[in-house]
Ligand binder design. Sequence first.
Ligand code: UDP
Length: 246
Amino acid sequence: MKDKVNILGVNVDMLNIQQSADRIMQFFNEDKLHKVYTPNSEIIMAAYKDPEFKNMLNNADLLTADGIGVVYASKFLKKPIAERAAGYDIACEVLKRINGTSHSLFLFGGKPGVAETAKEKLLEQYPDLKIVGCRNGYFKDEEDADIVKEINSSGADLLFVCLGAPKQEKWLAKNGDFLGVRVAMGIGGSLDVFAGTAERAPEFYCKHGLEWFYRLMKEPKRIGRQMALPKFAATVLVHGKKFKQD
Ligand code: UDP
């Protein structure tokens, strides 16, 4: 666990965007499912309160720091993560690398039509990308088996699961054993960004760790969710050092 930092019981990889993409490219060489999640402080707080969810995160093959709060926590715990490695950014780097190769992608999640629009927009940016399937993220539990079948019969080896946290992690914990893909990335609202139905914060805000502030200005009703950030900071300050770092 030399290369991981234990943040309130969640073992986060100390990797930046490029290193995370390197790791994912290696995952393609192993014939098994690799799960990739990118927790922010809200998700780590949820895992701190829910041992089952915490185990789901710790069972991932790659767990990166999606949020400035997680980066600061790693510094406070003396195992510094160099930069935020957001799911969206890692996904873009992986897409750049697989464009024009034999790897193929399935887009799962978002409101009806979002995955299809994301596909169109992604193909404008990465014209040689093989996108072999799309499925919206609104379904009943009984449909799980059909969704797994659809993904497997597409032949994809990369799956974006964009159901938001913790739904995407729970879906993969339940259905992962039946999937034929080699890499499944739980990357929240990324399909909305690819599709252009949601905006990412301008670079200035991302660079200065202020994306949360930008999102709050755009969507003031997120205030409830964002209260997780100060709670997370206080919990790390008070309890963070009780968690053993190997
Ligand atoms: N979503 C979904 N199915 C659901 C609930 C949510 O596909 O049952 C999608 C939703 O349309 C959105 C994404 O999951 O595209 C969640 O976005 P959000 O920004 O809330 O997630 P975060 O990136 O913050 O985890």
